[in-house]
Design a protein around this ligand. Structure first.
Ligand SMILES: *[C@@H]1O[C@H](CO)[C@@H](O)[C@H](O)[C@H]1NC(C)=O
Length: 295
């Protein structure tokens, strides 16, 4: 999994949009950041293109790339990476890597504090790798860049574990003839509905835009309704079982069989009538012939 985070320390041209988005993104840290920006009003700007939290599949490698901008290479005195808890203890910060200053012609390996972390400093960029990503590696990742003039700039990104779908359940809302699919957790859940193992069509019901609710139009509600919730790690499903459908209505094939039986009975009846008429006529003819012979 590769994600790019841009951190820019440079001219003050672009303090507006990116900074506002960041402040909005980190409401509770707004005051701190504001101080930071006021202090470094000379020339520090931070820009994070993806301000959504990132989700990392367990055991994969998280790659964060920070883009650093400065007036001249020797302004940069150091880069640090750290992880902060997303919630809970505010001082649960963990230093991950420290990189020396300057702008090296070749990438320089930084000093790291964990065996699964690797960091490097390149020309105007710093890259952090966290391999075998686990739940404990989730948090707010912060990269801080310091300048000779005593300015610093920090970029933050929320990193979470990508979780499989668990504990799907389906409940019925009787008053609104709808089925609600709930999943206790799972990242980026995608919902789909089946009725008796076939995808739900307009004759059965319609699915809400978010996919979690099925408004059933089939009357009466019968059969098995299954909600399947999936994401990159797999899927989980749950089924709501209503009364069996056979009792509710007559299916097309049943109608066809009944028609066939009725036609056969009619045909047999007609054949019998014709046969009886034919036999009676024959018998009458033979009687007449017999009488004629005797006369
Ligand atoms: C049924 O659905 C309606 C409309 O979505 C909702 O307002 C109501 O609270 C639901 N009832 C129950 C029991 O969940």
């Amino acid at each position: 999994m590769q994600v790019v985070v841009y951190v820019e320390i440079c001219t003050c041209a672009s303090t507006s949009a990116g900074v506002m988005a960041l402040l909005d993104f980190l409401r509770w840290r707004a005051a701190t950041l504001l101080l930071l920006f006021v202090a470094g009003l000379d020339c520090i700007s931070v820009h994070i293109p993806n301000d959504e939290p990132m989700y990392v599949i367990p055991d994969s490698t998280l790659v964060l790339r920070a883009h650093i901008q400065y007036g001249s290479p020797d302004e940069l005195t150091g880069v640090t990476w750290e992880r902060r808890p997303e919630s809970g203890v505010p001082d649960g910060r963990a230093a991950l890597a420290t990189c020396p200053g300057g702008s090296p012609p070749q990438p320089v390996q930084c000093t790291v504090t964990r065996p699964n972390v690797r960091a490097s400093l390149e020309e105007q960029a710093s890259v952090l790798h966290v391999s075998h990503f686990a739940k404990a590696d989730a948090g707010i990742y912060a990269v801080t860049v310091m300048s000779k003039a005593g300015q610093s700039s920090t970029a933050l990104v929320i990193v979470r574990e990508y979780e499989a779908v668990h504990h799907v359940s389906v409940s019925i809302n009787v008053s609104h003839s709808s089925l609600v699919c709930g999943e206790a957790w799972g990242t980026e859940p995608q919902f789909s509905w089946l009725h008796e193992r076939d995808a739900v069509t307009g004759s059965v019901g319609r699915v809400s835009p978010d996919g979690a609710t099925l408004v059933v139009t089939k009357v009466p509600i019968c059969g098995h309704f299954t909600c399947v919730v999936s994401n990159k790690l797999g899927y989980s499903s749950a089924t709501y079982t209503a009364a069996p459908c056979e009792s509710g209505g007559i299916s097309g094939s049943t109608v066809a069989v009944i028609c066939l039986v009725v036609l056969q009975i009619l045909g047999a009846g007609l054949a019998f009538l014709l046969w009886r008429r034919y036999r009676n006529r024959n018998r009458g003819d033979r009687l007449r012939e017999h009488l004629d012979d005797n006369i």
